[in-house]
Design a protein around this ligand. Structure first.
Ligand code: UGA
Ligand code: MN
Length: 461
């Protein structure tokens, strides 16, 4: 495929990260098979650092100065071997190369990872190779990552309904007007049709009803607009946009599939199209549990804020490690070479900051959505704002609802008329994707009174 068809996943140069990031940069650049131009740029930077810190500048020809005096043989070897040793140490001890999740490197624990993102329990090494392949499939050109899975945010965007009106008179204990000066939180919720969709969205809506200055972007993973959703969402009175954003069919069958990615990409596109450079973006899945304090914590995000998410994978938690008020590392049981091993619900982004990265992207790369998204907005570890009492509080939980297939219930259609509530009830359950009635198939509907089931005609004819 011609690469011009695809657009960029911006990966900003990580100029002044801490040592850990530099170390990772080295490996990532190696893995990504850098273009000669950028590699020579990096080489120049590295060369310069080496020269300044070790006295090598004395050996470099300087205009108008000629060659400096020769160093003694012993010093020469020291200067050559010590930096080489340091570079080798960092490169070979990197988890990216060794495939270690950290800790004792025991294959049975840390190197296997927990399938919290649906990837399944696989060896860490395999994941590293996958990430390397991904990075190899892409090429860096002036800080931008081009490649086959990093499509431009150019999927068709189907807006089903939207409203910027806030119909709530009071929020928490104050009139809505009292919050007028607050930055808006754009709360992006990917969702998809299944039996649990309406209950999940209902529960979430009743949380969001307590949050002032919030625009709810609900992106549904299906081709067509769902009119039931239109009605449901507009009934809450929260400003919202409902869009249809189906996963491209080629990904639908892949295991694992990139869940919620088309939806979030659609929301990113919507934000770009509306030129929104004020406010805060948060990706909030439909099945998580949100503490109301989360919203006050993320609202003042200057660039990117981060905080722990409860109930993630093997440790039942994932989030930043904070020392002296600064994020210094991450705790997550699935590292897999990710620079930003965080959950989608574990960070928020300021829109003014994000708008500086027009190539913002979230590639269809299961398990790496957060990492690659955060790479595309040029995040540096020293820029991260730890929230939730320096990442000691859990303000969001990765709860998961038990999923079941929608059942077919066997009720004769002649009884689903206006004589009882059952007609409208089953029509509504059908619209919500919860259950459907059938004349011929499914679980026989037992209708009972006083502990005794009787024929349908007994009650309904
Ligand atoms: C975890 C993370 O919490 C998600 O943010 C991340 O997208 C996901 O892993 C992943 O990387 O696959 P998890 O609970 O495992 O989430 O996944 P789901 O809750 O099933 O899906 C994430 C979001 O995508 C949900 O809001 C869900 O409604 C939506 N989704 C899921 C779709 O839009 N389409 C689907 O086919 C499946
Ligand atoms: Mn989930």
């Amino acid at each position: 495929m011609p690469s011009a068809h695809y657009q960029a996943l911006a990966v900003e140069p990580q100029a002044s990260d801490d040592n850990d990031n530099d170390e990772e940069e080295l490996v990532v650049h190696w893995a990504a098979n850098l273009q000669p131009s950028s590699s020579s740029h990096n080489h120049a930077r590295y060369h310069k650092q080496l020269a300044t810190s070790s006295g090598w500048e004395d050996r470099l020809p300087t205009p108008g100065r000629g060659m400096a005096p020769r160093l003694s043989r012993r010093r020469y070897w020291m200067l050559l071997v010590v930096p080489l040793f340091i570079v080798c140490y960092f490169v070979f001890s990197s988890p990216l190369l060794l495939g270690q999740a950290g800790g004792d490197g025991d294959d049975d624990d840390a190197n296997n990872f927990e399938p919290h993102n649906g990837i399944g329990k696989r060896r860490h090494q395999e994941q590293i190779l996958e990430l390397r392949e991904f990075l190899q499939d892409h090429s860096f050109k002036s800080g931008i990552l081009y490649g086959t899975t990093a499509h431009a945010l150019n999927e068709p965007l189907l807006i089903c309904s939207d409203s910027s009106d806030d119909h709530r008179l009071y929020i928490q204990d104050k009139p809505r007007i009292a919050y007028a000066q607050l930055p808006i939180i754009y709360f992006v919720t990917p969702t998809y049709p299944r039996r649990e969709q309406i209950p999940e969205l209902t529960r979430l809506a009743y949380t969001l009803l307590h949050v002032p200055r919030l625009h709810w972007l609900v992106a549904n993973d299906q081709e067509k607009c769902d009119t039931f959703l239109d009605t449901l969402l507009s009934g809450f009175g929260i400003p919202f946009t409902h869009m249809a954003s189906p996963m491209p069919s080629k990904f639908r069958k892949s295991k694992p599939a990139p869940r919620g990615v088309a939806n979030r990409r659609a929301a990113l596109l919507w934000l770009q199209q509306h030129n929104l450079t004020n406010g805060v973006l948060y990706f909030g899945d439909d099945d998580n549990t949100y503490d109301l304090r989360l919203f006050s914590e993320i609202r003042q995000t200057q660039r990117v804020s981060m905080f722990p998410v409860g109930l993630i994978a093997d440790y039942a938690v994932s989030g930043p490690v904070v020392r002296d008020g600064k994020v210094v590392a991450f705790l997550d049981s699935w590292v897999a070479g990710r620079r930003w091993p965080v959950d989608m619900a574990g960070f928020a982004v300021n829109l003014a900051y994000m708008s500086q990265y027009p190539n913002v992207n979230m590639p269809y790369k299961p398990g790496y959505e957060e990492d690659l998204f955060l790479r595309s907005i040029g995040l540096r570890i020293d820029q991260i704002e730890p929230r939730g009492n320096n990442c000691t509080d859990i303000l969001v939980w990765h709860t998961q609802t038990k999923s079941k297939k929608s059942p077919v219930v066997n009720v004769e259609s002649k009884y689903l008329d206006g004589r009882s509530n059952l007609g409208p009830l089953f029509r509504s359950l059908k619209l919500m994707g919860v259950a459907s009635a059938s004349d011929t198939a499914g679980h026989a509907a037992v209708i009972s009174k006083n502990g005794k089931g009787r024929s349908h005609s007994y009650f309904l004819s």
